[in-house]
Design a protein around this ligand. Sequence first.
Ligand code: ACO
Length: 702
Amino acid sequence: MSVESHSASSMASSMDKSPLLQGVFNPAGVAVVGASANPDKIGYQILHNIIAGGFAGQIYPINPKEKSILDHPAYPSVADIPGVVDFAVIAVPAPFVLRTLEDCAKKNIKSAIIITSGFGEVGKIEEEKQLKKFADGHRLALLGPNTLGVVYTPSKLNASFGPRDILPGKIAFISQSGALAISLMGWTMMEKIGLASLISLGNKADIEEKELIEYFNHDENVETIVIYMEGINDGRKFLRTRIEKPVIVLKVGRSQRGAKAAASHTGSLSGADRIYDAAFKQMGILRADTFTQAFDWSRGLSLPQPRGEETLIITNGGGIGVSATDECERQGIKLFEDPAWLEERFRPTMPAFGSTKNPIDITGQGHGQQYQLATQVALEAEKINNLIILYCETAVTDPMEIARSIEAQYSGSGRKKPLVVAMVGGERSRAALHYLNEKHVPAFSAVDEAISALKVLFTWQEIAQRPKDYPVIEPPPQGAIAIIEKARREKREILMEHEARQVLELCGVPTPKWGFAEGQDLEQALQKAEGLYPLAMKIASQDIVHKSDVGGVAVNIKDPQEFKQQYAAMLSRISEACPQARIAGVNLIQMVKGLECIIGMSRDPQFGPVVMFGLGGVFVEALKDVSFRIVPFGEIEAGRLIQDIQARKILDGFRGMQAHQPSIIRTLCAVQRLADHVKEIDINPLMTDTHGSFAVDARIVL
Ligand code: ACO
């Protein structure tokens, strides 16, 4: 159920409502407005879930007719509640919702969830806006409307009409889809994955992902936040979210549907999903491809932080050992290597035909005792930082016995190192891995899942230790603004090339030596060309968009002699091809050699101005090997942006090609100065070599 386009919450709210969410998760009293004695009604089911879940606070059913529901005294309205109530669950038909909120505000209730459907998702945008307006006006945190409810296991609160049984844990799951939240509740139960919270966001009229993430930043019951996302209402608000704990997002809709036909190259290379990707990278959010991956990662992230990279594999089978080795290499996990030391320490843990190379193969005869022994050696060894334990099911071993042995050894050691387990087999192995999960030892049914759960710890460690990037984007200088304003007054949508180059230069973008000879004056042109040879000459006319198509470009002009010939030839070609074109003059640009790059800026409907970087030529044409970041970002993030492209090796130096990264970084920061003043920028090519980078050609769309 996509609600993005219907929601009213695009009205950005500057109010920080995340502290008010305390009322949602730890209420002293909960009112269920629309509670019913009829088990077929949603209001009955919610009340029943709250009571059956064991919530210890006060529970107040609100119903105009009933005296008592499910053995709890009922009240005709919120105003009649005798005690303190700080959270209202609203399940009355849509026409009564606003009035119910008014009652809540009078009772000084600061948080509410609206279960009721029939707002933005069916086109009732105005009605939804009224809810938001009321919530802002009365400093009320409002979840929904159109939600399944909310669950928070630390306070045993199940204020939802979803399933009842949820295993407590440390993961908060925020879902934009109610249906998916229901199915996930059942799945996590089956897989023995514990949840601290489950929040069905609904239409997000008021509370969105940002407030919830920031609330959970301070909640010690939550270690990891998993979000199912279809879209966000306000990209720039989302970008300001403080990420202090691992946040894993499963963002659906990777298609290029959102890519828009734009006037610039940069615009056509963007598209919604690439920009979301950029936002997540910039924010330090982990993006998962599937649900299972998101929950695999969240379990991995419950492990202690790795103290180093050296990783050991213990296995009972050669095949899965080899596949784990391959997978470690693919995912960039470093395997510990010291054959003599491994032989000395691990030989006593296995039969004579076992292998002490990493993977440590305790053989198909490895029972719980051998696993326990090998695990103990690995956990006690200073040299080993991380442990991957593999088991493939055999007829002579008992997976549950092995799981118990591993768990006992790990818990007994104080769980100081990351340890993941893969139990590969049938029903017996599955039961064993569920046992491990219940004991908070991350266990998986496939080798790659276990390794991915370990790898994410390193990824998060890198994110958590990143130096902070503090972007300071200066406004463009007055001279640059004057050029832009002049073009605007002349009702031009695109700056002429020399204007664009001048604007960029004034903002701090390095350019090659260049000159502009006005009109059709050969003497003046010759003077301007002095000191620029070898140079490129390009016609400047607001009536000519594709200069080379009409013979408006001549390159590699070596001296004044050649210049005179080329100048005359070009003007005659132009007067033949476009006799009506107004000639502003000719651009004269010193030829520069190097690696061709492209830098651009365009506007995304959700996130606003975005900056793109890639290698030029075939890399951008055929491979679309470009990367994005959202304005504003500083030099540190710009450095990460350029390292994001597939062809990054070439930037670092490859077969005589090399990029001057500091000047590319400066250019990426400099173009941001124009973000509030122009619509799109293409610097194509930006030529770079070991000495510097130069914006050779530029296009600026107003
Ligand atoms: N104050 C207190 N109680 C009230 C009020 C009021 N202002 N108005 C009505 N009530 C009582 C009613 O008397 C009734 O109790 P009763 O059974 O004793 O008569 C109870 O509240 C419910 O009211 P109904 O009119 O019977 O409404 P119903 O229960 O049929 O529907 C509901 C209400 C559930 C909110 C409905 O309008 C709705 O929106 N349903 C969809 C919910 C939904 O799907 N949400 C999205 C979830 S995501 C997902 O599903 C995947």
